[in-house]
Structure formats: C-alpha cells, structure tokens
Design a protein around this ligand. Structure first.
Ligand SMILES: [Zn+2]
Length: 208
C-alpha cells in the first residue's frame, strides 16, 4: 500500500516536471484519417498528383490555383502538385472517383453543422502494404459565397483557401495553430494562408 502511494506521488511529480520541460508541443499539425477514424492517411500513393481545373474558371482563378499549388512545391522542395494543361468541363456536381483529380465549382456545399464550407477536398485512399495512401483527390469550390482573387475584404481569397485545400490533397488534416495554413477556418479578406507556416512544413515533412 505504502509503495503504491509513493508511486502515485512520484508519477504526479513526473507529470509536473515533464510539463515544465516541454510546456507546449512545437507541432500542431495532423493527418487525414480513414473514414472510420481509426488510422492516419500517409500521404499520396504516387510521388506526385496531376490535377485538372474546370474550363470555366477565369484566368485569375486559374492563376490563384496555380500559385497555391506552387507554394507547396516551392516551400517544401518537392514537386508533388502538377496543374495539368488539360482542362475539364464538369461543374455543379460533386466529383466521383474516376481516375482524374478535378478542381471544380458547385452551386453550394451543404454543411449540417451550420458553418459555411468554403471548399471541400475529397480523397480516395487504399491500403498499400501497411499504409493508407491517397490515389485520387478532388476539390470543390462553394459558388454560393463571394470569391475574390485580390484579398479584398468583401470576399474570400481563392488562393488563400486553395492553398489550405492542397494541404488536404497531400494528406494533411487541420492544425491547431491559428496562423497555420492548415487551420480549419478562414475569414473574408484573409491572405495569410497563401504562405505556409512552419507547422505546415513540419506536417509535410512528417508525411514525406
Ligand atoms: Zn480544411
């Protein structure tokens, strides 16, 4: 009994000590999960992913998508996101698993939580050896909210939110850091997600 008591006190002291030594975890990133939430997704199956944009996007929106993907390529040093010169013509329907990685717009994205969903990334994964990896991914843009390409305060910045969605395409979940690109929410006029935070890079480096 006495020994147990000593052990308990000791363990409490140990927790206090470890809390002092490492006050805050330096990483706040997470990975995407399998549908049942039981396992992490371990990034892309292939070394890169080629995506196609809808042919109805304006040139400015195509550039915003392009810059968003290049931010990941340039900052990580790994070219994992290729913007195809081929465009597709599918809009206003949710993408399906069809061997292509499509970026398109839909008239609305229904969210039962009451929050507005600006964009949504769909990912299709399978078990390869011991790892769940993404073999296909699509991104939809909610056309019922105002979009801008210049960070103006009366709309959501396409490049800002798209940089976040590409993080999902690569296998990252949400970060707890409000300054990170992978933080879960965005506001009108926000452009800080265009530039990756160190936590986003740490998450990428943990995957690849
Ligand atoms: Zn997200």
């Amino acid at each position: 009994m006495r020994k147990n008591k000593v052990c308990k006190i000791f363990s409490v002291v140990m927790i206090l000590v470890s809390a002092l030594v490492c006050p805050i975890s330096s990483n706040a990133y997470s990975f995407l999960k399998t549908a049942d939430g039981s396992a992490d997704i371990s990034g892309l199956k292939d070394s890169y992913i080629v995506f196609q944009s809808w042919n109805g996007f304006t040139q400015e929106t195509r550039w915003a998508i392009d810059y968003a993907s290049r931010q990941w390529n340039n900052r990580t040093g790994y070219t994992k996101l290729y913007h195809s010169a081929t465009q597709h013509s599918e809009e206003n329907k949710y993408p399906v698993q069809d061997g292509r990685n499509l970026i398109t717009k839909v008239s609305n994205i229904v969210n039962t939580t009451g929050n507005v969903t600006l964009m949504r990334t769909y990912y299709y994964y399978d078990l390869y050896g011991t790892k769940y990896q993404i073999y296909e991914s699509d991104i939809v843009i909610n056309n019922s909210v105002p979009w801008r390409n210049n960070g103006s305060a009366n709309g959501y910045d396409v490049q800002n939110v798209m940089t976040h969605e590409f993080g999902h395409m690569l296998g990252l979940g949400h970060s707890e850091f409000t300054e990170a690109t992978m933080y879960e929410s965005s506001s009108m006029g926000e452009i800080k997600k265009r530039d990756l935070h160190q936590d986003d890079l740490n998450g990428f480096n943990a995957l690849y």
